[in-house]
Design a binder for this molecule. Structure first.
Ligand code: AMP
Ligand code: ZN
Length: 116
């Protein structure tokens, strides 16, 4: 998609601090880290969100999780890590291109959501 920031990063049109790249997937540091380690694993093909995963495009999602496991070993995240994907407005999705946040580097605590 021409106006999608992550499509532009995948195409090399916007700079990023890359942690991994192959023909289908790119991983790069989040611009506004929310943990000591915070990077994004992103399929290069535009999929808007987790709500748009189908039998036709899900192979790359599985591959994203292989890359996540590979990067966790490479980056020595032996203390653990959290994988998050926000889908839609209520979840706070701000970039409408499927991506997985990898958060690590400190004890992230038990809560996934702030208190209401
Ligand atoms: P979400 O809010 O779940 O859609 O996550 C989007 C994430 O993309 C946020 O954590 C942003 O900090 C991050 N982000 C936005 N623009 C960039 C960029 N140019 N490079 C790296 N991360 C970005
Ligand atoms: Zn996109």
């Amino acid at each position: 998609m021409s106006d999608c920031i992550f499509c532009k990063i995948a195409a090399g049109e916007i700079p990023s601090t890359k942690r991994y790249e192959d023909e289908e997937i790119i991983a790069f540091n989040d611009l506004y880290p929310q943990a000591p380690v915070h990077f994004l694993v992103v399929p290069k093909k535009h999929i808007a969100s987790a709500a748009d995963i189908t039998p036709e495009n899900s192979a790359v999602v599985s591959k994203c999780f292989e890359v996540i496991a590979q990067l966790a070993k490479k980056e020595n995240l032996s203390g653990g890590f959290r994988v998050i994907t926000n889908s839609g407005a209520d979840a706070g999705q701000t970039v409408d291109h499927l991506h997985f946040h990898i958060l690590a580097g400190s004890n992230l605590g038990p809560k996934l959501c702030p208190d209401k």
